[in-house]
Design a protein around this ligand. Structure first.
Ligand SMILES: *[C@@H]1O[C@H](CO)[C@@H](O)[C@H](O)[C@H]1NC(C)=O
Ligand SMILES: *[C@@H]1O[C@H](CO)[C@@H](O)[C@H](O)[C@H]1NC(C)=O
Ligand SMILES: *[C@@H]1O[C@H](CO)[C@@H](O)[C@H](O)[C@H]1NC(C)=O
Ligand SMILES: *[C@@H]1O[C@H](CO)[C@@H](O)[C@H](O)[C@H]1NC(C)=O
Ligand SMILES: *[C@@H]1O[C@H](CO)[C@@H](O)[C@H](O)[C@H]1NC(C)=O
Ligand SMILES: *[C@@H]1O[C@H](CO)[C@@H](O)[C@H](O)[C@H]1NC(C)=O
Ligand SMILES: *[C@@H]1O[C@H](CO)[C@@H](O)[C@H](O)[C@H]1NC(C)=O
Ligand SMILES: *[C@@H]1O[C@H](CO)[C@@H](O)[C@H](O)[C@H]1NC(C)=O
Ligand SMILES: *[C@@H]1O[C@H](CO)[C@@H](O)[C@H](O)[C@H]1NC(C)=O
Length: 609
């Protein structure tokens, strides 16, 4: 049955294609890098941000973009990446340069000339070229011991189960492995791909050797449990400086991520920090910057949809991009090569980058349903439920922040925004046939209605939409019953979706991810009906047990691994699929585990391994 029997779907383009005005490392930016390196030599652990008069001095751009001649574009990137001398495309673009770009380009040209008689460079020539001209990947991000880390944080005292205690203590110790500081001592200007920041930060782990935007929400969750408020604040200040510099938060701490953002959780990071510290002075400093980030989303990631004569404003992931992601160059270039039509190819590149912006790279949410394959990816046609739920939550949080600081006008503005969005979420996403909120396809809303379960279908409840739209406990329970199979039937947590989409898609099927468990568990415990609490407490136990077993199974051989994702059908076993092998570390898994263990240890039994 067609739920959205819409006669006219009119979406108005708010954003006029923005011509990129900033080339990474213009003289201005070099000046900025110089001053960053100057401050980083006598860095204080917490840098106080200087508030700019942002109303005049920040010019918004649709992603600043990256045109670095080696890390982001050009023949060297193309040749090295297409030769696959590294088994992971990300390795090369994380290697700092020993010499400036013009010199390396000159060496490269000489190598090409030297090898032309034998038909071009061999793999070995390229390997030699790289080792002569580049430092190892991650050379400019050094391990550092966080100053506020202590061996026995107080939260451990409450944990009575000795195995759980040992596990929580081991996770807490992993902050020592995962904290980094940017250090470009001895490197030339413009010779590394890291985005410089002043304060130490926690990385995700393994190939993810820099900070990531949405990952940092769960990392900060965990740091706050560990009592590491100073490290958490330092990370928030790093992001604040990034917003004042670029107008938005990129996907992660590399210049090749400057074309895209990630799910907007910065406001929520500030909220959990504020809730833990009551640091009102910090809130006052940071609030104008949260406002800036919000405006970026409302300017560059917005679409209007008409339905039944009403116009609704909602957001989408919409990266403007016409080239392979440098860190997945081979994969993207190969994937795009099947499109000879340039418009189709650009659509592909934009949709691939936009899926990366969504955090769900890759998922059947973004492809055609009749042909679940990356070649049918269409992220930029889709209004996502989870993105809009996060922005709705941010609007409410911002309204509360302004109320706390006594700015009633701004408080009312954000209140209005949140109410309009709640109405839009109900009218555009709610599907009364399946009792869930589903993504909306702007082009094919009827043809491509995606009625599959994804954890994102419940995101409005996490954002407490029942606060504004009166949803009875009965309705909430019928929503939960509609998803009882995925929520209750798996030994290792909640699967990402009920779609078997194949190995290209790690955000589907039986992979279970810490951030998604977090959203579902928090929602269930907060909704607080008999049914939700019953499912919630069981899920907490299942999730922590699978984390624990995976750690325990690998304790002797690998020091106890914490995976990026798990296989929901199998206790303690990592998930699979995607563009790279499963990663260990792992920032958000650790953060969610510490948070849940601290808050809900009474529900955790660890019975299964
Ligand atoms: C990033 O954006 C810039 C500016 O819009 C564009 O020129 C470039 O092709 C994009 N690069 C990547 C790697 O996405
Ligand atoms: C890639 O190489 C590294 C070390 O060179 C190795 O540890 C890793 O397992 C390899 N990954 C794959 C997918 O082959
Ligand atoms: C190119 O060949 C010249 C002459 O054999 C040699 O001196 C030089 O090192 C080579 N350069 C590169 C980059 O291979
Ligand atoms: C940065 O690296 C240099 C050279 O290795 C070292 O002397 C300096 O102490 C480092 N700075 C920080 C803050 O780690
Ligand atoms: C996405 O952004 C492009 C410009 O980069 C714009 O042309 C397009 O209309 C936007 N999509 C939507 C649905 O607003
Ligand atoms: C995806 O589509 C491409 C191009 O049409 C095709 O070569 C490939 O076999 C498809 N993959 C799967 C898993 O169906
Ligand atoms: C909020 O909405 C009300 C009612 O639509 C309107 O009168 C008021 O001006 C709005 N306030 C702000 C600050 O946008
Ligand atoms: C959940 O509901 C129970 C009773 O219905 C109440 O005692 C408890 O305080 C509630 N918990 C939360 C977190 O609201
Ligand atoms: C998950 O575990 C099951 C059961 O052992 C196995 O059959 C399946 O292949 C695994 N799935 C993935 C995607 O690794």
């Amino acid at each position: 049955m067609k739920i959205f029997s819409i006669s006219i779907i009119l979406f108005i383009v708010i954003l006029i294609l923005n011509i990129p005005t900033s080339i990474y490392c213009s003289p201005d930016c070099q000046q900025q890098q110089l001053s960053t390196s100057a401050t980083s030599n006598n860095r204080k652990s917490i840098k106080t941000i200087k508030l700019l008069d942002y109303s005049n001095s920040i010019s918004f751009q649709d992603g600043v973009g990256c045109t670095h001649p080696i890390y982001c574009t050009g023949p060297i990137l193309n040749l090295i990446q297409m030769s696959q001398i590294f088994n992971d495309s990300k390795t090369f673009v994380d290697m700092p340069m020993k010499y400036s770009s013009p010199i390396i380009i000159q060496y490269f040209n000489t190598m090409i000339t030297n090898t032309s008689s034998k038909g071009g460079p061999s793999k070995q020539d390229l390997i030699n070229f790289v080792s002569q001209n580049f430092y190892p990947a991650g050379y400019e991000v050094e391990p550092v011991k966080p100053k506020d880390w202590v061996p026995n944080p107080t939260f451990l005292n409450d944990i009575t189960n000795p195995q759980l205690y040992q596990f929580a203590s081991a996770i807490h110790t992993k902050w020592l492995d995962l904290t980094r500081i940017f250090n470009n001592t001895g490197l030339c200007i413009d010779c590394f791909s890291s985005i410089p920041v002043s304060n130490p930060f926690v990385i995700a782990g393994s190939r993810f050797r820099e900070f990531y935007y949405w990952d940092s929400y769960w990392i900060i969750r965990g740091l706050l449990v560990s009592g590491m408020t100073e490290t958490a604040k330092g990370m928030l200040l790093n992001f604040a400086n990034i917003i004042t510099e670029f107008g938005f938060i990129p996907n992660g701490g590399r210049i090749y991520y400057l074309n895209r953002s990630q799910p907007p959780l910065y406001t929520q990071m500030v909220k959990i920090y504020f809730d833990a510290t009551n640091d009102i002075q910090f809130l006052e400093e940071i609030l104008p910057i949260l406002d800036l980030e919000y405006q970026w989303w409302m300017k560059y990631r917005v679409a209007k949809v008409a339905k039944n004569d009403q116009l609704y404003t909602l957001n989408l992931y919409n990266v403007s991009n016409q080239s392979p992601r440098p860190e997945s160059y081979f994969e993207d270039f190969t994937g795009a090569s099947e499109f000879s039509n340039l418009n189709q190819r650009d659509f592909y590149y934009s949709s691939i980058s936009s899926a990366a912006e969504s955090g769900w790279d890759f998922s059947s949410r973004w492809t055609s349903l009749s042909d679940i394959n990356l070649s049918t990816i269409q992220t930029i046609n889709i209004l996502p439920v989870d993105l809009n739920s996060m922005l709705y939550l941010n609007e409410k949080t911002l309204s509360n922040f302004y109320t706390i600081l006594g700015d009633t006008n701004q408080a009312q503005y954000y209140k209005n925004q949140s109410l309009s969005r709640a109405i839009a979420i109900e009218n555009i996403f709610w599907n009364e046939n399946i009792n869930q909120w589903i993504d909306f396809n702007l082009i094919n809303s009827n043809l491509e209605e995606n009625l599959n379960f994804y954890t994102s279908n419940l995101q409005p409840l996490f954002s407490d939409i029942q606060q504004d739209m009166s949803l009875s406990d009965e309705l909430i329970d019928s929503i939960l019953k509609s998803v009882s199979e995925p929520l209750t039937n798996y030994i290792g947590g909640v699967p990402t979706s009920t779609v078997s989409s194949g190995s290209q898609f790690q955000w589907d099927d039986i992979n279970s991810w810490a951030p998604l468990q977090y959203f579902i568990i928090e929602m269930l415990m907060d909704v607080n009906t008999t049914l939700s609490t019953q499912i919630g407490t069981s899920l907490i136990d299942r999730w922590i047990t699978t984390n624990y077993c995976g750690w325990k199974y690998t304790l002797e051989t690998q020091g106890g691994m914490m995976f990026e994702k798990y296989n929901v059908t199998n206790v303690g076993v990592p998930g699979s699929g995607g563009e790279y092998v499963v990663q260990d570390g792992f920032g958000w898994t650790n953060g969610v585990a510490l948070y849940l263990i601290n808050k809900y240890h009474m529900f955790i039994n660890l019975n299964s391994c």
